[in-house]
Ligand binder design. Structure first.
Ligand code: ADP
Length: 204
């Protein structure tokens, strides 16, 4: 049997397969498509950083930092936190030396303003994005997954609101990155391992 069919191919073969070193990726997809799970897996397979803006924000809230105190009303309501806060946070994270080994962004950008910022910020660091992966999953599956997750902002009302915000603010990014020629569409309605393999196959 071809080792590629085992689902372990990419893990066995390691990160060097067909790739010229450092990878800078973005994961797009509605809440609940599995961005967090895939980002973690990709960061391990490719030896790159996993940067989740949702996680960074939740840490600020848990530690009750000045930023944490400012953002909890947005997070709990399912609204986007103001761009100035999130952009500042990401800028600092990208300036840390470990980001040079590459990264997968999970939860950023979420609107065109953030995408423009990211573009100029990467240009300042003399680098650019390699790929943007848009993960798609049927809406019923997404709703089931979110309702099972038990996170504070996963109530039925907030979920509905977050999906609406995604539609209005984040969907335009699909076209934006399509035009930039770096968008990959992935069907995420499969096991986590299978989805990882699909992503790795299309970025190789
Ligand atoms: P999900 O993708 O399931 O919504 P996240 O952990 O990515 O989960 O985000 C949770 C919340 O964090 C969002 O609803 C929003 O309030 C805030 N957030 C995360 N990333 C951003 C961002 N790039 N811009 C603005 N708000 C953000």
């Amino acid at each position: 049997m071809d080792v590629r069919d085992t689902g372990n191919f990419w893990r066995l073969a390691g990160p060097a397969v067909g790739m010229k070193g450092v990878m800078r990726l973005i994961l797009l997809g509605t809440p609940g498509v599995g961005k967090g799970t895939q980002a973690l897996e990709l960061s391990e397979c490719l030896h790159i950083l996993h940067i989740s803006t949702g996680e960074l924000l939740r840490v600020e809230m848990e530690n009750k930092t000045p930023i944490g105190m400012k953002i909890d009303k947005y997070m709990n309501a399912g609204e986007l936190v103001p761009d100035t806060i999130i952009i500042d946070m990401l800028e600092k994270r990208l300036q840390e030396p470990d980001s040079r080994k590459g990264f997968v962004l999970d939860g950023f950008p979420r609107n065109l303003n953030q995408a423009d910022y990211l573009k100029s910020s990467l240009e300042r660091l003399q680098t650019s994005l390699d790929r943007v992966i848009n993960i798609e999953v049927p809406i019923d599956t997404v709703l089931n997954r979110l309702l099972q997750r038990n996170r504070a902002d996963d109530t039925p009302e907030t979920i509905k609101y977050r999906l609406e915000i995604y539609k209005q603010e984040t969907i335009p990014l699909i076209d934006y990155y399509q035009r930039a020629g770096i968008l990959e569409q992935i069907n995420g309605d499969a096991s986590p391992e299978e989805v990882t393999n699909r992503i790795l196959a299309c970025i190789a």
